[in-house]
Ligand binder design. Structure first.
Ligand code: GAP
Length: 495
């Protein structure tokens, strides 16, 4: 069963992943706030991406550039002239639509064949009574639409106290340009050799005309981008270096999403047609994911050629070249750009991880997130919250494990319900402290000093001595198999 967007929106709000921005004021269109669990998940996505694509590779470095850049950056990059959508306005209700999408939505029609009755007609279809097609505003059904006008998607603002043309600047619509304008700084300071890449994760802003579908398309979002510079005069395996590296990055990005749990059948590659390529691109391939709204872009991997470095060299008057020692010549590198949206990745991981199953006649909702993505790694639960020693032991375990991982203590419900709550937010392991752990001093019984670890996916339980916990979780939370760890300890009765 595939999950609906409504289910994800509801789970996200109820369990502290994502809230509507400024909700108490009625919300801000298409803006979302990440809550306590959402921020952990989002940080984990960015951390793993950085670890796997920057930290662990000898050919990669990172930067963190400012969001506001010199306005000429956007002239040189082509965003001022090309980053536009054609728009039409309704003369009556003043709503604005993307001209190329106006027929992709249901339309309101006052049908002359039925004495002007109002109908909502499916996208692209004619009225079944009069046969008429949409000519007026699809929303109010009354107003004429203006001729298409180009609308720039960049957010405009002013630098400094005076709101005049000379102080206009823009919120960056992509993080990429900072890598191009810092190309020479990075090259010189880090003494790099081609091929090498510069990575950055950060906010981007687009005044999208049709945002929506939860966090899929928003006006403020985060990107994780890499600009990978290659020598266009070189060949690898008999192929031009840019084409070889383009295919390598497509494979590596696909493998990355698979590694962290996205199912193969929910991922596919989509080659851009020549007529849809961006103004800078020689070839672009998207990784599409089967979101609850259907197959849509998760990330894009473009071959931007030498377009950006040449443009910035021309507009800044600074040389942005690389000296090829072997050929004794200056070259302008080609760029391969893997560009992923953090929010879309998060939505895909939520959708792919969401499972509803029946366990002993009851519905269980479980978020099967990869352990490294899970917002909470371990929940420590006391079996009886009225037994002081149980509570004290559970809290001490939480404090000890929290030195290394995000660990919570929860005693607000009975144990069965506490397990279900943790399943629903994807916590891979629960630790339960019970009477057997601490004994009963009143009766002169000492405890065995062991606790129960429960595995989210199999729901199996093992009994582990408290001093072993850090080592066991060290193994499990860095990719170790549950079956391997569990084989070393006695099983415990499932609850
Ligand atoms: N530098 C290239 C670039 O920005 P893009 O295809 O426009 O390319 C890259 O954006 C990725 O950024 C997309 O694949 C998507 O994951 C994310 N993205 C773009 N616009 C977005 C929006 N309005 N809301 C959420 N994510 C967005």
């Amino acid at each position: 069963m595939s999950v609906t967007m409504d289910t994800l929106v509801s789970l996200s709000k109820r369990r502290g992943f994502i809230f509507q921005s400024s909700e108490i004021y009625g919300g801000t269109g298409s803006c979302w706030d990440y809550g306590p669990l959402g921020v952990e998940l989002k940080n984990n996505i960015k951390r793993l991406w950085w670890r796997d694509f920057v930290q662990s590779r000898a050919d990669m470095v990172g930067i963190d550039a400012s969001i506001l850049m010199h306005p000429t950056v956007w002239k040189a990059s082509g965003h001022l002239d090309h980053f536009t959508d054609p728009m039409v306005d309704c003369r009556e209700c003043k709503l604005r639509f993307r001209a190329d999408q106006v027929d992709e939505r249901p339309w309101t029609h006052y049908c002359p064949a039925t004495k002007g009755n109002k109908f909502t007609i499916p996208a692209g279809e004619p009225c079944s009574h009069c046969g008429g097609r949409r000519t007026l505003c699809p929303d109010c059904g009354k107003g004429e639409l203006t001729a298409p006008r180009q609308f720039n998607l960049m957010f405009k603002t002013f630098m400094g106290p005076v709101e005049e043309d000379a102080s206009i600047t823009y919120l960056r619509p992509e993080t990429a340009q900072a890598m191009f304008v810092n190309f020479d700084n990075v090259l010189q300071s880090m003494r790099l050799k081609l091929p090498f890449g510069i990575a950055q994760a950060g906010r981007a802003f687009r005044n999208e005309i049709t945002p929506g579908n939860f966090i899929f398309r928003t006006r403020e979002f985060e990107q994780m981008e890499i600009e990978y510079f290659v020598n266009p005069h070189e060949t690898v395996d008999g192929r031009p270096a840019d084409e070889y590296w383009h295919d390598r990055w497509i494979e590596d990005c696909l493998a990355w999403f698979r590694r962290y749990g996205l199912r193969k059948e929910n991922l596919q590659l989509r080659e851009h047609r020549k007529d849809e390529l961006s103004h800078y691109s020689k070839r672009t391939v998207d990784i599409d994911y089967r979101f609850p709204i259907g197959w849509s872009e998760l990330m894009g991997i473009a071959n931007r050629t030498d377009f950006d470095l040449k443009q910035h060299a021309q507009f800044s008057g600074k040389s942005l070249t690389y000296f090829d020692e072997e050929r004794k010549e200056h070259v302008v590198p080609y760029v391969i750009e893997p560009s992923a949206g953090v929010d879309r990745a998060l939505l895909a991981f939520l959708a792919d991880g969401y499972v509803e199953e029946e366990v002993r006649g009851e519905k269980r909702v479980v978020l099967r997130l990869h352990v490294e993505l899970a917002p909470l790694k371990v929940a420590v639960l006391p079996l009886l919250k009225k037994r002081e020693e149980i509570v004290r032991t559970a809290q001490a375990i939480r404090a000890e494990l929290a030195r290394q991982w995000r660990v919570v203590y929860d005693d607000t419900a009975a144990i069965g319900r506490l397990y279900r709550r943790q399943d629903e937010v994807g916590t891979p392991y629960c630790v339960t402290v019970d009477v057997q752990t601490v004994g009963d001093s009143g009766k002169g019984e000492s405890g065995d000093g062991k606790v129960t670890i429960r595995d989210r996916d199999s729901m199996e339980q093992i009994r582990v001595p408290i001093p072993d916990l850090a080592a066991v979780f060290g193994e499990l939370l860095s990719g170790g198999e549950w079956t391997t760890a569990a084989a070393r300890y006695p099983t415990a009765k499932t609850s």
